[in-house]
Design a protein around this ligand. Structure first.
Ligand SMILES: NC(=O)c1ccc[n+]([C@@H]2O[C@H](COP(=O)([O-])OP(=O)(O)OC[C@H]3O[C@@H](n4cnc5c(N)ncnc54)[C@H](OP(=O)(O)O)[C@@H]3O)[C@@H](O)[C@H]2O)c1
Length: 257
């Protein structure tokens, strides 16, 4: 039986990955901070799907805790076949806010942890000649909405680079590029999402279903929505100045909550 390790597997997109992989008979290792929620998720998945769930409570903003998760990924006795780097959160603050501590935590969780966990998993998988890493990025990486866009642009480009480095090794990599998805993300970040038009919202279930199909096929970039494929196709063709203007408008509408 194969095993998948999912960061942030207790809510939103990560919880949906956990459900769909459990339904495919994967055993799971779940990483998140909230112990009670990890316990609830474990009980539900075990009862519903009869799989084995291992809990690894960790705050991925903390270096030693990331190292513990990296150690689990490198364990040759209990191999991890699939790593889903999903944990993350919205960054509400402005780039020139005097206190950059929240932005630094965002870089720690969504860049440094992704780098270190992919490194540990990628090396172990390359050694075995099989496995896969899926990094949850965002279409926000195509625009310029502050630090969050910069982080997700990094995640996408990093995944493409990793796919190049591991080409021919038997290990596959995918960057998932969702648009707006109904999860706890916006409420947790204090982002005013009320002005986002209804048709731009995606649901976790079909998003993850298509992501797993793309991952299985070895697609490096997965954008599971025709609406977003069209929008991002346009975004890549218009002058960059137009993207800057749209990003400015979208950023200011998010801030007046
Ligand atoms: N929702 C969207 O519109 C959207 C769009 C594009 C991309 N994304 C990306 O999708 C991913 C998942 O977000 P979501 O929308 O599913 O949000 P969510 O419902 O808020 O879930 C976030 C998950 O990440 C975990 N997490 C957060 N900080 C963590 C930390 N420091 N250490 C360990 N785990 C942590 C949370 O668990 P604990 O709180 O228990 O730690 C939770 O399980 C993120 O990378 C996000 O950037 C979301």
């Amino acid at each position: 039986m194969a095993t998948a390790l999912i960061t942030g597997g207790t809510s939103g997109i990560g919880a949906e990955f956990a459900r769909q992989l459990a339904a495919q008979n994967y055993d799971l290792v779940l990483v998140a901070r909230d112990r009670a929620r990890l316990d609830e998720t474990e009980a539900h998945l075990q009862e519903q799907y009869g799989i084995t769930v291992e809990l690894l409570p960790a705050d991925l903003a903390e270096r030693d805790q990331v190292q513990r998760v990296a150690g689990r990924l490198a364990d040759t006795e209990r191999p991890i076949d699939v790593l889903i780097n999903n944990a993350g959160f919205g960054v509400h603050s402005k780039l020139l806010d005097p206190d950059t501590s929240r932005q630094e935590v965002a870089i720690d969780v969504m860049i440094r942890a992704v780098l270190q966990l992919s490194n540990a998993a990628g090396r172990a998988m390359r050694e075995r000649g099989s496995g896969g890493i899926l990094n949850v990025s965002s279409t926000a990486g195509f625009v310029s909405m502050g630090l969050y866009s910069a982080i997700k642009a990094w995640v996408t480009t990093y995944t493409e680079g990793l796919a190049g480095e591991l080409h021919g090794s038997g290990v596959r990599e995918t960057a998932l590029l969702p648009g707006w998805v109904h999860t706890e993300f916006h409420q947790r970040a204090g982002i005013n999402a009320s002005k986002i038009p209804g048709p731009l919202w995606l649901e976790p279930e079909p998003l993850v279903r298509q992501a797993l199909v793309d991952f299985e096929r070895g697609k490096v970039l997965s954008m599971p929505s025709t609406r977003y494929k069209v929008l991002m196709g346009i975004a890549q063709r218009v002058p960059r100045g137009a993207i800057h203007s749209v990003s400015r408008m979208m950023s200011s509408s998010r801030h007046d909550s």
